[in-house]
Design a protein around this ligand. Structure first.
Ligand SMILES: O=C(O)C1=N[C@H](C(=O)O)C[C@H](O)C1
Length: 290
């Protein structure tokens, strides 16, 4: 199981490959995850936003988690599983299930859609953490419709069993406020375009959909910064920025799935509705990254 001091470096949130008919493509998943774990990543995240979590059934989640954990064991690589929903009871059930299957941590998104109170959100995390599975909180207000206050984030991070936070708040204010007030739990960048900036401001690493492509270059940005090669790291990041911008020009993970399919890493670029395949225009731009 992951501890807070382990939470550093590059974690790759993996896509959930589907066949052309929309069914889960576990064979592609295993080949693709096996290849990723061979790159110097610190771990992978199954069933995150990039894994199209809202469309993945519990049965599929069990298959994906079981496969990823078996592959992770062969490379000694941690497997984090996205278990958060907008319902506390199902979040607790999924988190406990991930723990029983052997997950190293659970990524729990702020409960979306219901616009709960800050107290309700803290209680949501308290109950998820009571499963004993290490929890990484996931703040992404652009998707959840609710923004955590710094006090709420501090309360969540103080809970026993919460080992860190993935910050996709879209800026550095939250993480600066956390460090100003003495919070020591690791912050992982979850907003790819801010990766370098957040590392400079003290982020411990990132959970980055873009790191599915040019994985070693993302690792390099991180390693260079850790070795205080600030300018080299900035230059490495700048070469990745156009790719990041294209990958988020249409809803993630459709652009990423198209690139992975074109590279033969997964069999098809199928996304489940309501997501749709990318436009012809974006295909033409992404083609230069093949
Ligand atoms: O799946 C994830 O985890 C990520 N999702 C974010 C999003 O799609 O908004 C982006 C981030 O790179 C990782």
């Amino acid at each position: 199981m992951l501890k807070e001091q382990d939470l550093q470096g590059i974690y790759v949130p993996v896509v959930t490959p589907f066949q052309a008919n929309g069914e889960l493509d576990l064979a592609s998943f295993e080949l693709y995850v096996g290849k990723l774990l061979g790159d110097k990543v610190n771990g992978i995240v199954v069933n995150g936003t990039t894994g199209e979590a809202p469309t993945v059934t519990v049965e599929e989640l069990i298959s994906l988690t079981t496969s990823a954990i078996a592959l992770g064991k062969t490379k000694n690589s941690p497997i984090i599983v996205g278990t958060g929903t907008n319902d506390t009871t199902s979040t607790v059930r999924r988190t406990a299930l991930a723990g029983e299957l052997g997950a190293d941590a659970a990524l729990v998104v702020v409960p979306y859609y219901s616009k709960p109170s800050q107290e309700g959100i803290i209680e949501h995390y308290r109950q998820a953490a009571s499963t004993g599975v290490p929890i990484i909180a996931y703040e992404i207000p652009s998707r959840t419709g609710v923004r955590l206050t710094p006090d709420t984030v501090r309360s969540i991070l103080e809970l026993e069993g919460v080992i860190g936070i993935k910050d996709s708040s879209g800026g550095v204010e939250l993480m600066l406020e956390l460090s100003r007030s003495g919070s020591h739990k690791p912050v992982l960048c979850g907003e790819d375009a801010y990766f370098h900036t957040m590392l400079c401001c003290g982020a411990a690493g990132g959970i980055l959909a873009s790191a599915n492509v040019r994985t070693s270059s993302f690792v390099q940005v991180y390693e260079q910064l850790r070795q205080c090669q600030l300018e080299a790291s900035r230059q490495s990041f700048l070469t990745l920025l156009p790719l990041i911008q294209l990958l988020f020009e249409e809803p993630n993970p459709a652009p990423l799935k198209w690139l992975l399919a074109e590279q033969g890493i997964i069999a098809a670029d199928t996304v489940r509705l309501p997501l749709t395949p990318i436009s012809e225009n974006l295909r033409q731009h992404l083609a230069s990254w093949l």
